[in-house]
Design a protein around this ligand. Structure first.
Ligand SMILES: Cc1cc2nc3c(=O)[nH]c(=O)nc-3n(C[C@H](O)[C@H](O)[C@H](O)COP(=O)(O)OP(=O)(O)OC[C@H]3O[C@@H](n4cnc5c(N)ncnc54)[C@H](O)[C@@H]3O)c2cc1C
Length: 493
């Protein structure tokens, strides 16, 4: 088994771990990031409803809550970050709906809260606006006529958190951080000067550890008795609708009673995060069930009645890590362990995607506070070039791309219009499994969920990686896609 030594070891390649890795790459440091899965962003980050900049539309945010402060601080960082890494980012705005004067409790709170705190904590945010009945139904003709007004928050945006996470890992790697997917931490011990971390790839000795293991953050901390906090995993359901109903909404819509429906950057709608579709769960139990799914659909239909079960193309659950039940989900656990020096826990809670860039900056300060010498990395390059997305190009650009590489003329995924050229590029950039390709360039994300393109993508993966189709997995060990050769794979031989 290999033996590695480093100064800083980051455990977990979700949005928290990768933003920290990328932030750390701005300094001359010896650091490594390990992720147990074959790819990045495959934990809670993959479950997200992709909304960022929620700083103004969450009534229960308060300056005394750590997560609120991180989200507020993260709001001006998200758009430039997505630009530097060439990750989709789109301002859509949100509408917090109310039914009658009595239902204005939340909107009124939002408006007064914004007035109270905007100058101090949200100087970068655009002001909220009260929207009347006519304007509301003019903007969003498909929302329920039960609603008579809304608070409009123009700051709300959407991104692709998994693409962002992959891009952050790539950029951190380009800037000198050791990036190790498929590397699971199995145990941690205290050495004389360094922690000794056992992984499936060998031993890693590190002076500092950053524990960004998402739903497993307590489990990892417990390895070394650094679990001086409690987290409650709340199982939360989300569903995605077929693109053909993507135009039902232009904004994110939300109400206290019925959760959220929002557009995605790829033209689908998501719904979830509603009362009844969340419950205290056991980590690792990612099963969805009919009760949670029916509750979520019922709530979504209260917001947008045209949402239909037949348009759901996929659904999943993820865990929101509550720090404290009384404070609700808006608290997080980012800090040096009170019991183990040089061990930093980085659990970013909810909403965590937009909190992540500010949390990463805070972790750098904590490392410095714990004695890590940090000199600027003069070679740091913030920019990363994304692979071309064929269906977004102009006809001229498409022609040029096909002329340079004929594989861009071969459509593999008809639902999402993904070409062979894009799949090959995704593999060159690190995809090793069907999910690795799917989350980079989307074959299998459409109506057929990979039913038609799955065998073709398997064939391309096998060819490019020099393995047999039976060795191709959906997402690593134990998820082999083809147990034996199907007709289409046989034809390829
Ligand atoms: C349904 C749902 C919707 C959400 N919607 C939003 C939203 O719209 N906007 C928003 O801002 N936030 C949202 N959130 C919250 C947000 O998704 C999370 O805060 C964020 O993704 C957490 O990221 P993370 O990096 O801490 O965890 P993760 O993404 O889980 O990353 C942790 C990583 O650690 C790895 N790991 C675990 N154990 C080990 C080990 N032993 N060795 C090596 N690696 C290990 C895991 O594989 C994983 O990749 C949502 C959450 C849920 C559940």
């Amino acid at each position: 088994m290999a033996a590695y030594e480093t100064e800083v070891l980051i455990i977990g390649g979700g949005i928290a771990g990768t933003t920290i890795a990328r932030e750390l790459s701005k300094y001359k440091t010896d650091a490594m990031l390990v992720e147990k899965e074959m790819d990045f962003g495959q934990g809670i980050t993959k479950s997200s409803s992709t909304i960022v900049n929620q700083g103004c539309n969450v009534v229960t945010f308060r300056p005394e809550y750590h997560n609120s402060r991180l989200v507020w601080a993260g709001m001006p960082l998200m758009e430039p970050l997505c630009k530097e890494l060439q990750v989709p980012y789109k301002k859509i705005g949100s509408l917090t709906l109310f039914k009658n004067r009595a239902g204005m409790r939340r909107p009124n709170k939002l408006l007064s809260r914004f007035d109270e705190w905007s100058k101090k904590y949200l100087p970068h945010a655009k002001p909220l606006q009260l929207i009347d009945n006519d304007t509301l139904h003019n903007w969003e003709p498909n929302i329920s006529k039960d609603f008579i007004g809304a608070v409009y928050d123009p700051n709300i945006a959407i991104t692709d958190p998994v693409r962002l996470t992959i891009a952050l890992a790539e950029n951190a790697g380009q800037n000198g951080i050791g990036i190790m997917p498929d590397t699971k931490v199995l145990g941690i011990a205290t050495g004389t000067e360094k922690f000794v971390v056992q992984t499936n790839k060998g031993t890693i000795k590190s002076r500092y550890i950053i524990n960004a293991a998402g739903e497993y953050v307590v489990k990892i901390a417990r390895e070394i008795n650094a679990d001086d906090f409690v987290l409650y995993p709340v199982k939360s359901y989300m569903a995605v609708l077929d693109k053909k109903v993507g135009n039902l909404l232009a904004h994110m819509v939300t109400s206290e009673e019925h959760g959220t429906v929002n557009p995605s950057v790829h033209g689908n709608l998501f719904f979830g995060i509603s009362p009844g579709s969340q419950r205290l769960g056991k980590i690792h139990d990612h099963a969805t069930d009919k009760i949670i799914a029916d509750a979520a659909l019922e709530h979504a239909r209260k917001l947008v009645p045209a949402i239909s079960k037949k348009d759901i193309i996929n659904s999943w659950v993820g865990f929101i890590m509550y720090r404290n039940f009384e404070m609700g989900w808006h608290e997080c656990s980012v800090g040096v362990s009170r019991w183990v020096p040089r061990f930093i826990n980085a659990s970013i809670g909810f909403p965590g995607i937009c909190a992540a860039p500010a949390a990463a900056q805070e972790v750098i300060d904590l490392l410095a506070q714990e004695g890590l010498q940090l000199a600027q990395n003069p070679d740091f390059n913030p920019n990363r070039k994304a692979a071309p997305i064929f269906h977004e190009l102009s006809d001229d650009e498409k022609r040029q791309l096909i002329a340079s590489d004929r594989r861009y003329g071969q459509i593999i995924c008809r639902c999402e219009t993904v070409t062979e050229g894009e799949i090959v590029e995704a593999i060159k950039n690190g995809a090793r499994s069907l999910d690795g390709v799917k989350f980079r360039c989307r074959p299998g994300m459409g109506r057929c969920q990979g039913g038609f393109c799955g065998p073709k993508v398997t064939r391309i993966l096998a060819r490019e990686l020099g393995i047999s189709p039976e060795e191709v997995t959906k997402k690593g060990d134990g998820s082999h896609y083809a147990l034996y050769k199907s007709k289409e794979l046989l034809e390829a031989e």
